[in-house]
Write a protein that binds this ligand. Sequence first.
Ligand code: GDP
Ligand code: MG
Length: 370
Amino acid sequence: RGNMTVGETAKLLHKDASEVIKKLIFLGVMATINQELDLETIQLLASEFKVEVEIKIPVEEDRFETVEENDDEADLKTRPPVVTIMGHVDHGKTTLLDAIRSTNVTSGEAGGITQHIGAYQVEINSKKITFLDTPGHEAFTTMRARGAEVTDITIIVVAADDGVMPQTVEAINHAKAANCPIIVAVNKIDKPGANADKVKQELTEYELVPEEWGGDTIFVNLSAKHRTNLEELLEMILLVAEVNDYKANPDKRARGTVIEAELDKGRGPVVRLLVQHGTLKVGDAFVAGNCFGRVRAMVNDKGRRLKEAGPSTPVEITGLTEVPLAGDPFMGFEDERKARSIAERRAITHRQSELNANTRVTLDDLFKHI
Ligand code: GDP
Ligand code: MG
């Protein structure tokens, strides 16, 4: 809600108005009982008095859920699946991601310089697939820890000469917790010691049973290094996507998730994000985490400038004032003022929760350096 007077704040904190005024003076604010205080001052007072106040920010404006605007079935359009590759270290995740990236056969985009923007798209049989190429586990874990669900399908890479290892199991658990369909890529089948059947056998313990053994998990034997069966893997991804029929409404303001963000010396804050709903356009005002921005420039993974980007498109944009965090929610706004005020409020709530998390930081600590 908006501002409260000193008197109302005192009531909220179960204090005398005189106590509150004294505290305000200590904080350097000369106030009378009818004076209005802003949200931030009220929060500072609350933490100074060690009173927990819950500032209610409407759900819509907090996690940007917008009671999911109940899209009409008719407005939903098929979108590319978003795929994450996970697996034990050295089992071939990076090799596979690089191999897939270079299968891209879209002639229209030939000649474009591939950029690292945290995700990329390939096209096969005129259908697109989006791959997240941030270091698998870390990115996935951070994003999930922050409540972001970005992945539709998980590819679990298992080296056929090494078998199921601790991080393989971790990856399976992540995917299952996220309710993500799993495709198993049994990699390095070119190696002399490769034993794909042993991998399959081991994975039955984790309820990943291949179709030929009566289960419903798709397995693809491949060699990322020699590019064997890459096409088959991509086709299997499209098959899973078709079965699950991933859809989104492209005709509304954009919503998505920050994949990576950094401060670039020349360009300022740069954010790489995945548009998940709606369409993001150059010039749109937006909030990413606690940061406000306006899309100044937008490029895709081929380094091409885009005017707009729809669902499942990874883009890199500039035009922020600060750097958000991976996993932060992102939303476009038509009204720049609204975007600004939501970013500000989110920043206040965030600071407040940091204050609460570290109870030993009192305002005395905060103000003694002034
Ligand atoms: P990551 O740690 O999972 O990203 O694994 P990398 O992609 O870095 O691969 C680890 C090592 O395995 C590298 O030396 C790769 O060249 C090698 N490698 C990856 N895929 C294959 C494959 O299909 N066959 C063979 N023989 N080696 C592979
Ligand atoms: Mg790697």
